[in-house]
Design a protein around this ligand. Structure first.
Ligand SMILES: [Zn+2]
Length: 193
């Protein structure tokens, strides 16, 4: 699961795994407050694999991180992603990212870090269900089985949940680690389509 913490670390080393940011989760966690500045961190086996710094502006978010492809130099990236809101049926608003990829501009809830920048699944040609590659499918369904044990909402794109009542922390951490590995492999398979 992604953690939010303060600090200045912002290096992304994990280029084979797919990293995603989810505006619905940021909204749920009450992070979409103008002026707020937080780090979004990904870990693997208890080790931080990637961190981006996020700054919330009036109608955009600013993303800063360093990125490198295998065997190349680190590259510093710093750019804004526009935000839009749509009214909810029962009051309030729903937030969306506007995909920053050139010529896209789609309104989406999730952006993926594929090749250097975050972009929507259309841009990375991420396909769901019928278009999935077998490896992606296999990994996703293994992750889903673990989600079931963890009593999390089905579907790897729904993010991670909490520890179920009565489960030992040790068991919980073991299951989450296995889950995250399947998710990363599944997303990596999608990105390579
Ligand atoms: Zn896009």
């Amino acid at each position: 699961m992604g953690n939010y913490n303060s600090g200045r670390r912002s290096e992304i080393k994990c280029t084979e795994d797919c990293l995603s940011i989810d505006i619905r989760r940021w909204q749920r966690d009450n992070l979409l407050r103008v002026g707020l500045d937080f780090n979004r961190t990904w870990s693997c086996r208890g080790e931080v694999t990637a961190t981006i710094n996020v700054k919330i502006k009036l109608d955009q978010v600013r993303l800063s991180y360093s990125y490198r492809k295998k065997g190349s130099e680190w590259e510093k990236l710093d750019y804004s992603v526009k935000l839009q809101t749509t009214p909810c049926r029962y009051g309030g608003v729903r937030y969306w990212f506007i995909c920053p990829a050139m010529g896209c501009g789609r309104r989406v809830a999730l952006l993926y870090l594929g090749n250097k920048i975050f972009a929507c699944r259309h841009c990375y040609q991420l396909a769901y269900r019928s278009q999935r590659k077998p490896l992606c499918d296999r990994k996703a369904s293994r992750a889903d089985k673990l989600r079931d044990t963890l009593k999390w909402e089905a579907g790897i794109l729904n993010g991670n949940g909490c520890k179920p009542k009565g489960m030992h922390w040790k068991t919980y951490h073991r299951l989450v680690t296995a889950h995250d590995e399947h998710v990363n492999k599944s997303m990596a398979a999608l990105l390579m389509m």
